[in-house]
Design a protein around this ligand. Sequence first.
Ligand code: AMP
Length: 178
Amino acid sequence: MKKDELIQTLEQTIENISDFPIPGIQFKDITPIFLNPKLYEAVIADLAAFSKDKIDVVCGIESRGYLFGIAIAVALDVPFVLIRKKGKLPPPFVSEKYDLEYGTAEIEMKVGQIKPGQRVLIHDDLLATGGTTEAAAKLVKKQGAIASQFSFLIGLKDLKGEEKLSQFDAEVYQILHY
Ligand code: AMP
């Protein structure tokens, strides 16, 4: 699928839900993508092309970051490491608190699954304020690895997530950039 067609099909497929989960938020529902295997395949090919030969490991953020992150890792033949929400992982793990577009949270990563010096792609479905991804990159740095790329299906420009990520001196890619 050509890039223009990918963007157009994604725009037609992703559903916008106003005032969910709280008033004032326009929720982007990506689940219809999974009803269209060809579209899913094209999304993975596009995200994998961005990271090809540039990373040693993919980190996906729970839970929608797993839906694409694992497939990117398989396509690139590199390991996949889960970044989980608080309380799900047995020790030892490292953790980081962060602010969300709505609320606050904490994420955790198992110690030792990424190695010092590895170039890491951090992937999630959507970049809003960048708080989640910033926390994920801090977890990567705590392990002595390098947050060298960030990728998302959707980036919400108004929330300035990209500015928050500029501190990491990494490449940022968003298929749809509103
Ligand atoms: P942030 O930390 O503000 O960049 O928020 C990103 C995380 O929250 C991602 O894991 C998204 O899945 C989720 N998220 C934030 N805003 C939205 C939104 N408007 N629609 C769907 N998911 C969102």
